[in-house]
Design a protein around this ligand. Structure first.
Ligand code: NAD
Ligand code: DAU
Length: 358
């Protein structure tokens, strides 16, 4: 049994589905169901006794303590977070609440369970095998100049947005709980993910759904900012591998060596849509591209050096960017109901406030 937090979100849901496709080991999935949490992502697990969903907050100690003691998981994998940089700029408080305070409270609950302080009685073998894996981001390392080498695990922390600062704080708490209390933690810092169930506020799914709706494709600033892209299922396999064989207290970068400027990503998506679902008027979707005001404090370039994970644990991504983006665009074309439901309510209100022309 493992306990996953944030397993109704984009990566967490992919992880739970992936885990149960390769293991029979049950999952307790605790998710607050914020605007980003979506039970549609887990619909294929309905009736599957290996998956137990609990709506709840990682910052609620009584709930988390109760679940740990009741289910006695051998591992906790923490995906729960506020994840969108733009939202963190407009309203940072939820990010501090969940990513900082929530992680702190989760760590305390897990420490109580693991150490027996809360009255739980993990026997010595269970205690020594227990792991807490904290899922984090490359954004904690800040922004790279064009000439700089990709981020290694030794790169200094230089977070620039409220989101990345809150994730950096959570990483430091995880590190400290290991150093001070001996909690058996693992941390992964991954590059930009994309794939099925990606909430359409993020670049790739947003461009697909805006294009199909005949709406502008908002590119921030000059569109030459670089992100390093990884297909979400490759992130899931990396987390499984780190959980299985990672050295306690270590940090592992996760990435697929796929640096791309944003504008190139948008053009790639347009070309795929031109091929797979051509516009009725015969024009390219690229005609919908609109340059808009830049994101304040926008990091120029991220790039992940994932050689430690490959060298020490033998992990490699299965998808190239070309195969992964084609699968992704197909997935969105095949799931219009998922898109429509994800786009309802609060999401639409938020999106409508966003894009001022440059
Ligand atoms: P997401 O926003 O799609 O999902 C986050 C999930 O956490 C949602 O289901 C939400 O309901 C849940 N949640 C939020 N606050 C909670 C709380 N207080 N208690 C319990 N559940 C809560 O995010 P994602 O893109 O799936 O990211 C998952 C994790 O991976 C995050 O920690 C993020 O920082 C990290 N990460 C994301 C990427 C990426 O490209 N998306 C890359 C690297 C790391
Ligand atoms: O690097 C990992 C991070 O990747 C994760 O930690 C975050 O949770 C995740 O949201 C993502 O952050 P980004 O800010 O890189 O992702 P986003 O999809 O919001 O933006 C990707 C790039 O595209 C970024 O340079 C901003 C730009 N962009 C984004 C949107 C939504 C646009 O140009 N137009 C847009 O409409």
């Amino acid at each position: 049994m493992i306990l996953v937090t944030g397993g109704a979100g984009f990566i967490g849901a992919n992880f739970v589905l992936d885990w149960l496709a390769v293991h029979d080991e049950p999952v307790i999935n605790v998710d607050k169901l914020t605007y980003a949490g979506n039970l549609d992502n887990l619909a294929s697990l309905q009736g599957d006794a290996r998956h137990v969903f609990v709506q709840g907050d990682i910052g609620a100690p009584a709930l988390i303590n109760g679940l740990l003691n009741q289910h006695q998981p051998r591992a906790v994998v923490n995906f729960a977070a506020e994840s969108h940089v733009d939202r963190s700029i407009h309203g940072p408080e939820d990010f501090i609440q969940t990513n900082v305070l929530g992680t702190f409270r989760l760590l305390e609950a897990v420490r109580g369970y693991w150490s027996g302080l809360d009255g739980s009685a993990l026997d010595a073998p269970a205690k020594s095998k227990f792991r807490m894996l904290h899922v984090s981001t490359d954004e904690v390392y800040g922004s790279l100049a064009a000439s700089e080498a990709a981020f290694t695990e030794q790169h200094r922390y230089e977070p620039n947005s409220p989101y990345s600062a809150s994730k950096a704080a959570s990483d430091h708490l995880v590190r400290a709980w290991h150093h001070t209390y001996g909690l058996p933690v693992l941390t992964t810092n991954c590059s930009n993910n994309y794939g099925p169930f990606h909430f359409p506020e993020k670049l790739i799914p947003l461009m697909v759904v805006q294009a199909l709706a005949g709406k502008p494709l908002p590119v921030y600033g000059d569109g030459q900012q670089i992100r390093d892209w990884l297909y979400v299922k490759d992130h899931c396999s990396a987390i499984r591998r780190v959980l299985e064989a990672g050295t306690v207290g270590e940090v592992y970068n996760v990435g697929g060596w796929n640096e791309k400027p944003n504008l190139e990503i948008v053009h790639t998506i347009c070309a795929l849509l031109d091929e797979l679902k051509p516009r009725a008027d015969g024009a390219s979707y690229a005609t919908q591209i609109a340059f808009v005001n830049d994101r304040p404090g926008h990091d120029r370039r991220y790039a992940i050096d994932a050689r430690k994970l490959e060298r020490e644990l033998g992990w490699k991504p299965a998808e190239t960017f070309e195969t992964g983006i084609r699968k992704t665009v197909h997935w969105y074309l095949d799931h219009p109901e998922w898109v429509a439901r994800a786009q309802s309510g609060a999401y639409r209100d938020w999106l409508n406030t966003q894009y001022a022309p440059a």
